[in-house]
Every structure is written in structure tokens, then in C-alpha cells.
Design a binder for this molecule. Structure first.
Ligand code: PMV
Length: 343
């Protein structure tokens, strides 16, 4: 039996993006591209990179007529299709048929290497469930967010977050848990932006290509070990160990990308220049910082807060670096009483 909501059944939520120290790359063969990771991943939620999303279910139209407004412009069709996937799941669980009007905005520039899909789908899951009046356990929210994007499930928690790969979507236990809260250890993520071009191969496609790399098995075993090392390094606030494990881990993910068929080469010469700079700052200068890189050319440089201003200055001087964004460890998502910025 379906029921229609009263007009204007609406809720808003905000969520921070995240940067993975142990990366999720590759999904199980039986999956459609999200939700069933091959390896565990660990991330830090970002305070300054936030998506705010309002969902309003409106009776009177077929569910496929959802509307997406992204940063005040009509959302691209691929983004709308992913949003509708999440909304369909909310409608199915809540017994609704009404289409939704979704307004979403990021307080950070798109195409700068900060994952707007992570914060976007975490905020969408929370707002859509609340707008539909759907009671949700933390695990239900994880399942909803995973319908849109894998890394979004980690943005449902603040601080340092583990997504365990031994569970699939809809598993009996929640595959996501917080390792430590944001006030346990404060780190800085300096994003060295070397290109603003949207990536040519989206991660949803890349996850399916991982199987074509002859290095996948070696990486999976490396990533499982890295997850144990990184979790302990976070709990011990051991930055030196975190640096070593995080860099090796990012390089191993990119080795799989570069050896997939077709090969995915996300780096630019400027990416490598930033990596070299970070290595020389740490190894020759003793500056506590390390790099990690997602599916794109921009470099995330993780630093201890006291070193961050000096690291930022150094990164700004690397030829080809257009901008350096500054993010710190942030908290979990929340529902908003009224529209407004997420503080
Ligand atoms: O959540 P997706 O499908 O955008 O994949 C994220 C992939 C990486 O950013 C490269 C790694 C990660 O764990 O965030």
C-alpha cells in the first residue's frame, strides 16, 4: 500500500566530505558499481568541505520525475539518476510514490579533488529519510548512502571512520564504524589543486576495472594490512606510521589504476611535483606531512596542525599549483532545523 505525503514534506541535512587514508578501490564482481568493496577503507571526515541538501517530496507525479538542483543549476542527468536511485530506495522503504525536489549545494568548489559525492550522498540519505518520515538505524542510513556512492557511507560519521569490506550492502551488521571522534586527534588536509578538469573516467567505472589489473590481489592484501596499521596509528596518534602507510597505500591503489585495461592514469606532471615536494619536506626537512591522491590529479597533503601553515606556503610555490584548500577533521552529518549554512 502506498501513501502520499502531505505537500511540502521536507527536511534538510548537511554532511562533510572525507579523505581516505586507506582507499576503497574495486567492487565485487556481482555488484553494480557501488556498495560492495573489495578492501576495507579508512577516512577522515572534513569539517570545511560540506554539502547541504534539502529534500521535499511532492505528491502528484511519477517517481521518475525527481528534480535535482545542484549549486543553483539543474543537476546533470548522471547525478540525477544516482539521486533517484537513493530516493527510490527511500520511497520503497517508506511506502511513498511522490517525486522529490532536491536542492543541494557544496560550500567548496567542485572539481578540486574534494569528493562531493561522499558529502552529497551522506546528506541526501539523511535528508530524504527524514523528509519521508522513515525511521532509520545507522545501518539503514549506511545502506541508503551506499546506493549513491561508496565513500558516502564514511561521511555518515565524524572523525576517523572504517568501512569494513567483509560485509556487503544490506548485510546483517553495520559495515561502518567510527574509529575515533574528531576531537581525539586533529589533522589538516591541504588539497593542492593542480587541475579543475572533471575526471574522464568516474570512480563508479574505475571500481569495475580494478579486476583487470594483474596487481589487484597484491594490492588487496596490502590494503588489508594497511587498514590495521592505519587504525592503530590513529588510535596511538602516531603520525610517522600514518604517513608511511598512507603514502604506500595511495601508490598501491594508483598502481592498480595504471595497470587496469584500459589503464587509468590520473596524475599530471604537477601531481608528481607535489608528491616530490612533500617527500623532501618530510625526509630532508623533518616536516610532518604526507600525501594521498584520489581518482584525480589533485594531491591531498595531510599534516599536523602546527606544520600546516608552513606546508601550505611550500605547496603554493610548486609551479602548477593553482590553489591550496585547507580542511580539518570534522564531525558527523546533521539534520538542519531550517535552511542555512551548516556550521
Ligand atoms: O565513492 P566513490 O565511488 O566515489 O569512490 C571513491 C574512490 C576513492 O576516492 C579513490 C577512494 C576512497 O576511498 O575515497
Amino acid at each position: 500500500m502506498s501513501r502520499e505525503p502531505s505537500p511540502g514534506l521536507s527536511a534538510a541535512a548537511c554532511a562533510g566530505s572525507n579523505i581516505a587514508f586507506v582507499k576503497y578501490w574495486g567492487v565485487r564482481k556481482e555488484s553494480s558499481g557501488v556498495g560492495m568493496p573489495l578492501n576495507p577503507s579508512i577516512s577522515m571526515t572534513l569539517r570545511e568541505a560540506v554539502t547541504t541538501t534539502r529534500v521535499t517530496f511532492r505528491p502528484g507525479g511519477p517517481p521518475e520525475r525527481d528534480t535535482l538542483v545542484l549549486n543553483e543549476s539543474p543537476g546533470p542527468p548522471e547525478a540525477l539518476a544516482r539521486v533517484t536511485r537513493v530516493l527510490d530506495e527511500v520511497r520503497r522503504r517508506a511506502g511513498l510514490r511522490a517525486p522529490a525536489y532536491v536542492m543541494s549545494s557544496n560550500n567548496f568548489p567542485t572539481s578540486t579533488g574534494v569528493a562531493s559525492s561522499a558529502s552529497g550522498f551522506a546528506a541526501l540519505a539523511l535528508a530524504a529519510a527524514a523528509a519521508a518520515g522513515l525511521p532509520c538505524s545507522p545501518q539503514d542510513l549506511v545502506d541508503l548512502a551506499l546506493t549513491g556512492s561508496g565513500s558516502a557511507c564514511r561521511s555518515l560519521y565524524g572523525g576517523y571512520v572504517l568501512w569494513d569490506a567483509s560485509f556487503g550492502q544490506g548485510a546483517e551488521a553495520n559495515p561502518v564504524r567510527q574509529i575515533a571522534a574528531e576531537d581525539y586527534w586533529s589533522l589538516v588536509d591541504l588539497v593542492a589543486v593542480v587541475s579543475r578538469e572533471a575526471k574522464k573516467v568516474p570512480s563508479s567505472q574505475g571500481h569495475l576495472l580494478a579486476w583487470t589489473s594483474p596487481f589487484l590481489e597484491a594490492r588487496l592484501s596490502q590494503a588489508r594490512t594497511a587498514a590495521r596499521i592505519v587504525e592503530k596509528a590513529i588510535l596511538d596518534r602516531d603520525f610517522e606510521t600514518l604517513c608511511q602507510a598512507m603514502e604506500a597505500e595511495a601508490l598501491s591503489m594508483h598502481a592498480v589504476m595504471m595497470t587496469s585495461k584500459p589503464a587509468l592514469l590520473y596524475w599530471l606532471p604537477e601531481t608528481v611535483a607535489v608528491m616530490q615536494k612533500v617527500r623532501s619536506l618530510r625526509e630532508q626537512g623533518g616536516v610532518p606531512c604526507a600525501f594521498t591522491i584520489d581518482a584525480g590529479p589533485n594531491v591531498h597533503v595531510i599534516a599536523l596542525p602546527e606544520a600546516a601553515p608552513a606546508v601550505r606556503k611550500e605547496l603554493e610555490q610548486v609551479p602548477g599549483v593553482e590553489e591550496v584548500l585547507f580542511c580539518t577533521t570534522g564531525g558527523g552529518p546533521r539534520l538542519l532545523e531550517a535552511d542555512g549554512p551548516c556550521k
